[in-house]
Design a protein around this ligand. Structure first.
Ligand SMILES: O=C(O)[C@H](O)COP(=O)(O)O
Length: 248
């Protein structure tokens, strides 16, 4: 059996403003910094000591891991980072207000772009102020694979190679793994772990800053479907809030 801990970054400054974020590298809000520390406290109190930490290349996830590890006095742990754990690229919606988008295009189109499995938002122009084209952290990649937009299915495709090649071997060795990432990259991983259907996944939301623990069997199936939040009551309230984003 192996233990996987998933941690969505704390509230970001654009989460607080109700803006679509995607690959735009915004920081944590003060509330998000406190959420990250609370996540570290919950891990320590529950006695979870990761052996290795994985983050995306975006500062809201990187700093969430740092603050959580600092709180748990575990800053010494090895940390590995990959673009494959980045948030879903939100295309031309990056930087747009969620409520305004919902009002302008209607509930149905808003939910298709936000929560459908296989319909991406319109692509973001390479010269847009919120484009990641030319960002040095992706310079090593063939530029044609730097996304201009993504649906959740695209995230599954680019995340799973990292899951199988980098994370699964650690779990196979019985090591506890902490993944600090994003709402939609974690939704993609949870979909894979729990075998959530392409339609059911639309209703699954991940709260910020609350560790989600999976005890995995030898075949990496969860012993408890859906895992277990270390603060279930706070998670339930936060999940509802994520679900209702964009509603005035
Ligand atoms: O990228 C974003 O906008 C958020 O982190 C995730 O947004 P969502 O919950 O609306 O997909």
């Amino acid at each position: 059996m192996a233990t996987l801990v998933l941690l969505r970054h704390g509230e970001s400054v654009w989460n607080a403003k109700g803006l679509f974020t995607g690959w735009v590298d915004v920081d944590l809000s003060e509330k998000g910094e406190q959420e990250a520390r609370t996540g570290g406290r919950l891990l320590a109190e529950a006695g979870f000591t990761p052996d290795v930490v994985y983050t995306s290349t975006l500062k809201r996830a990187i700093r969430t891991a740092n603050l959580a590890l600092e709180t748990a006095d575990l800053l010494w742990l090895p940390v590995r980072r990959s673009w494959r754990l980045n948030e879903r690229h939100y295309g031309a919606l990056q930087g747009k207000d969620k409520a305004q988008t919902r009002a302008e295009f209607g509930d149905e189109q808003f939910m298709i772009w936000r929560r459908s499995y296989d319909t991406p938002p319109p692509p973001l122009a390479d010269d847009d102020r919120y484009s990641q084209v030319g960002d040095p952290r992706y310079a090593h990649l063939p530029q044609e694979i730097v996304p201009r937009t993504e649906c959740l299915a695209d995230v599954v495709v680019r995340l799973l190679p990292y899951w199988y090649d980098q994370i699964v071997p650690e779990l196979s060795a019985g090591r506890t793994v902490l993944v600090a990432a994003h709402g939609n990259s974690l939704r993609a991983l949870v979909k894979h772990l729990d075998g959530v259907s392409d339609t059911e996944i639309a209703g699954l939301n991940i709260p910020t800053g609350i560790p989600l623990v999976y005890d995995l069997a030898d075949d990496f199936t969860p012993r408890k479907p859906g895992g277990e939040y270390l603060d279930p009551q706070a998670a339930a309230a936060a999940i509802e809030a994520v679900k209702n984003q964009g509603k005035k």
